[in-house]
Write a protein that binds this ligand. Structure first.
Ligand code: SF4
Length: 208
């Protein structure tokens, strides 16, 4: 079985509780205004990888707490993610899944792969991104309409801790100068990134 990926990080501290791998799938039919990753919308973009090979890579990463499925739209590739989730859970990892659909609609659907993906998910964060409700005060979430659903016992404790968890971002600078950012960005983060990019551009021009 294959999965079409937009991005993958074997280790991140800003895409859910604890240290996690993060799988961003390619393709999203929801297309929210103001989406931070419109380049992940096209179903034919990204790269195709084997689910078993990706699972083996994830479970070989030391000290991981779990895996986050983000996008793009994870439920558009529910078959492959349900299989990936099933394998990593056998190794004791947890699964956090983002979706632009509403939990109630997923639960009511008669799509078997949607139910299978729900069944391997510990925490579901649901709802489309709404630009007019932009709110970065809650961890991992970009707009006020989005909700946490604790589907297993694993992260029930988080319900009361959520107000004490702040959003963070990670910044990686590749040798070729490309700046990669993940996590939920506030307006201050955006301003800081612009300054960082400008400083980086100036340094590269000076050094060439
Ligand atoms: S569901 Fe997520 S990936 Fe899809 S358009 Fe909305 S914010 Fe972007």
């Amino acid at each position: 079985m294959h999965i079409r990926l937009y991005n993958f990080l074997p280790k991140t501290a800003v895409e859910g509780p604890g240290i996690r791998a993060c799988v961003w799938v390619q393709g999203c039919p929801i297309r929210c205004r103001g989406c931070a990753t419109p380049e992940a919308w096209d179903e034919s973009g990204g790269i195709e990888v084997d689910v078993d090979a990706l699972a083996q890579e994830i479970v070989s990463v030391p000290d991981l707490e779990g895996v986050t499925f983000a996008g793009g739209e994870p439920f558009a590739q529910a078959d492959a993610l349900a299989e990936l989730g099933r394998i990593v859970r056998e190794f004791g990892l947890t699964v956090l899944t983002f979706t632009g659909y509403r939990f109630e609609d997923i639960k009511m659907s008669n799509c078997p792969s949607w139910q299978e993906l729900l069944a391997v998910t510990d925490v579901l964060i649901d709802g489309p991104y709404k630009q007019e409700l932009a709110d970065t005060s809650r961890p991992w979430i970009g707009s006020a309409n989005q909700r946490y659903h604790f589907l297993t016992e694993r992260y029930q404790y988080l319900q009361k801790d959520l107000p004490n968890i702040s959003n963070k971002i990670e910044i990686r600078i590749r040798p070729n100068g490309q700046i990669l950012v993940n996590g939920i960005l506030s307006q201050d983060d955006l301003s800081f990134l612009l300054e960082l990019r400008n400083a980086h551009d100036v340094r590269r021009k000076r050094d060439t």
